[in-house]
Ligand binder design. Structure first.
Ligand code: MSP
Length: 651
């Protein structure tokens, strides 16, 4: 029996599960179910990544030990998956004793083979990212992710000779076009490998700086770098080296990750595997990001989507259907509740729901709810059968290649064709004319095609698919449902069995009402946020006294904002041009986007620190700084009480 092993990233426990985590895990669940129906023996792994600085900081903040903290958050993930209808076979934690042992065993193996060495390293360490940056990777001296200045740290550490495997990796990717997919990410990795020499990977952290990790087996003054530890979950969870599962499922593995962790999975992981003597994984499937209101989800923007809320409101199946349907695997997509409700209405209630409810009630009306005997098939029937066959075939190929949205689309071609077929074959006229033989053929053709639709839907919408299959009077077992055979199969639905008298699985959502609800909820959330901020606003202590001379060094001028644009490379910054009465307006970069729109600022009088040394931020120079006031509600601009000429000096 062919084997199929599917993994999600193991999620960090420094944040609660959100839509992004749910999406990856739902995909993995869908793929497991799909491959099960394709006749494969499957294993589906997810889990949590629990070591590193961030965890220690989060635990400190929560006033508990790292272990207590990771136990608590890991449990949130573990509990969420079954609630979303996800059936993982195992849940791995990097704090599991068995996992830690595997990390140590593999480290020892690689060390013994000479691919780990001790050396000195100086690098720019960003605590937010928990990683070193090279000079080249920094943007104007700042961390490209956090825009903060990293700390330069020089220390002795252990290194994995990743550079040694650069040529092998490149060749492997070239020889195996599906190794990293979709293509754009494969290209990204190839161009990274082409852009210069791969550096060796620093795989240890001195205990003086970090204790919360797996101790190196050959030097107990160090713990393992989180990525070297975390990636090994994919084999430790199979009970490497002696476990049955390891023997069965490695390397029949497909990893799913988002683009944020492409490099560790496409470069660190295969070279680690090679050095440790494992076969490389089969495929790395890389998806894009879910954006909410077109921006990244972030706690501070308050746009984090809690997956359970949506799933509870619309049902797990609609939620899954929407996620798989609206994101083209590999690209980013925008999440909104309204878009979800529209899909529910158009594709589930109108197309699929309508089809089942119409056909089942007709069978009830014309044949007493019993599957009729088909007579002779006409050309139109044969065309529909052909379409059903193609639609199943395409669905299967596309799902096999992680192209879920297109796969669903090809199934919907059949659903829509079936609705048209009802209209064109006019069963009500056949009934009126008493043409029972033709009526029976039409009904049977429909029911048999609907059976195929319901079966193929199971990986995407398990609960609904099972209900639909049951409405067709059949038992459902994913292990015996044979999808490949469905491409050609005809006549599987037994004549004479009783089916449900009707179907109403997908209710319509009132979109106008929903829009109002969303608006109200946004207003209420804003008001609550305002109130909370007011309450939480800390009393600001006055800073240390300074000399009058020091104060006079600061040249404050009133200016007028003439231009406000987005900074082309920094999401949070505006690029402004401010008239200070000089020969030409000055370019000033301002991190005000969270609180102001361009219109808010345009034409305003602002107070500018005019003699601040120019500073380059992501490629553009800022010549001064506009002053703003932080308030409990957000921010206000500092300004003059009346209109004054541009360039007027404050004193
Ligand atoms: N712990 C590491 C992974 C180690 S795997 C050996 C990690 N954890 S994470 O909690 O940050 O999870 C990142 C993953 O969560 C992404 O790769 C993706 O699977 C999922 N997502 C997080 N946010 C996402 C979106 N906004 N959109 C889609 N998926 C995203 O990185």
């Amino acid at each position: 029996m062919e084997r199929f092993y599917i993994t999600t990233p193991i999620y960090y426990v420094n944040a609660k599960p959100h839509l992004g985590h749910a999406y990856t895990t739902i995909i993995a669940d869908t793929m497991k179910r799909f491959q099960q129906m394709m006749g494969k023996e499957t294993f589906f792994l997810t889990g949590t990544d629990e070591h590193g600085d961030k965890i220690v900081q989060a635990a400190d903040k929560n006033k508990c030990t790292p272990q207590e903290y990771v136990d608590q958050i890991s449990q949130l993930f573990k509990d969420l998956w079954p609630e979303l209808g996800i059936c993982n076979d195992h849940f791995v934690r990097t704090t599991d004793v068995a996992h830690k042992k595997v990390v140590q065993d593999v480290l020892q193996k690689v060390y013994d083979s000479g691919d780990i060495y001790f050396g000195e390293y100086g690098g720019h360490y960003c605590y937010g990212c928990e990683r070193f940056y090279t000079e080249k990777e920094l943007e104007d001296g700042l961390c490209p992710q956090h825009q903060t200045k990293p700390e330069y740290i020089a220390e002795k550490n252990y290194f994995f000779k990743m550079s040694k495997y650069q040529d092998w990796l490149k060749q492997h990717i070239l020889d195996n076009p599906e190794f990293i997919r979709p293509e754009r990410y494969r290209k990204e990795v190839l161009s990274l490998l082409d852009s210069g020499e791969l550096e060796d990977l620093c795989i240890s952290r001195p205990k003086s700086r970090l204790e919360w990790g797996v101790e190196l087996p050959f030097d107990n003054n160090f713990v393992t770098y989180v990525w070297f530890d975390a990636l090994l979950n994919y084999v430790s969870a199979l009970d490497y080296p002696e476990g049955e599962n390891f023997k069965k499922f490695w390397p029949a593995v497909q990893h799913i990750v988002a683009k944020d962790i492409l490099k560790p999975h496409a470069i660190f992981w295969p070279t680690m595997l090679k050095a440790a003597g494992f076969e490389p994984y089969n495929n790395l499937n890389v998806h894009g990001y879910w954006l909410v209101n077109d921006t990244k989800m972030s706690k501070s923007l308050g746009n984090v989507v809690a997956p359970l809320d949506m799933a509870k409101k619309y049902g797990n199946d609609t939620f899954r259907f929407f996620l798989l349907r609206d994101m083209h695997f590999g690209n980013d997509a925008s999440f909104s509740e309204e878009a979800l409700a529209m899909r529910q209405n158009a594709e589930l209630a109108n197309d699929l729901g309508n089809l089942f409810s119409r056909v089942l009630s007709m069978v009830k009306k014309y044949f007493g709810g019993v599957v009729p005997q088909p007579a002779e098939y006409t050309e139109a029937d044969m065309e529909l059968r052909e379409l059903a066959s193609n639609s199943c075939k395409n669905f299967q190929q596309l799902f096999d290649n992680v192209r879920f949205s297109y796969g669903i689309e090809s199934l919907w071609e059949l659903v829509r064709a079936l609705n048209k077929y009802v209209d064109s074959s006019q069963p009500w006229t056949l009934a009126k004319e008493g043409d029972t033989a033709r009526l029976g053929t039409v009904m049977y053709t429909m029911l048999e095609c609907m059976r195929k639709v319901a079966l193929h839907l199971w990986p995407v919408m398990p609960e609904s698919a099972e209900k639909l299959v049951a409405q067709l009077g059949l038992d459902f077992d994913p292990l015996t449902a044979n999808l490949p055979a469905e491409v050609e199969a005809w006549g599987t639905l037994p004549v004479g069995i009783e089916i449900a008298p009707g179907s109403n699985l997908f209710p319509r959502v009132d979109i106008d009402k929903l829009r109002k609800e969303i608006e109200e909820a946004a207003k209420a959330a804003k008001a609550a946020e305002k109130a909370a901020k007011k309450e939480a606003a800390p009393a600001q202590e006055v800073a240390e006294p300074i000399e009058f001379d020091d104060f006079t060094k600061v040249d404050l001028r009133v200016g007028k904002v003439l231009v406000v644009e987005d900074h082309p490379k920094a999401d949070r910054l505006f690029r402004c041009e401010v008239d200070l009465g000089e020969e030409k307006p000055r370019q000033i970069l301002a991190g005000l986007k969270e609180h102001f729109t361009a219109e808010d600022l345009l034409g305003r009088q602002v107070v500018v620190v005019a003699n601040l040394k120019p500073r380059k931020i992501r490629g553009l120079e800022s010549h001064g700084m506009m002053l703003a006031l932080k308030t409990a509600e957000g921010m206000e601009m500092l300004t003059a009480s009346g209109e004054v000429p541009a360039g007027t000096k404050a004193s």
